[in-house]
Design a protein around this ligand. Sequence first.
Ligand SMILES: [Zn+2]
Length: 186
Amino acid sequence: MHCPFCQHLNNRVLESRSAEAGRSIRRRRECLRCERRFTTYERIEYVPVTVIKRSDDRELFERSKILRGIVRACEKTPVSSLAMESIVDDIEAELQQRATREVTSAEIGEMVLTKLQAMNEVAFVRFASVYRQFQGIRDFAETLSQLQHGEEIAQGDGPGLGSPGAGSSEPGHFENGQSSSYIVSA
Ligand SMILES: [Zn+2]
């Protein structure tokens, strides 16, 4: 690392500490020749991942887009924002591990569903209704039965009722857009 003042190559580290909420390390350095000080940051390098959407459009993977959908699905449930963030962290890490740099939006949706399934069933069903584009009660019942066949779901005691995330992305057709209950006899 060249000194930004005299271009000398050698310096010593005066101080190292975690920065940007643990995402980087900040080092205060001193040039061994001119003795001036400068700061460097060390970060993990993220490889950009492309998301292929249903429309076949491609766009760069963005955490915030996934998080937004999760937040909407988790409204009024006991799922903490930390837990929501951790879902996105896990998915991002998983995508970084892959050999391929492309992923379909449907795959991401299913990844989110797998995580939500273990956290909160209301959030799971809400997210599924948007992601799988429920067209009617049958789709709804199928997802519910998948939920029942899944592993034990933590029994969150949050409100089990509510409208399925009023979002811009057109959730499936619930009667008048207002599903009063998630209890459906399949
Ligand atoms: Zn220098």
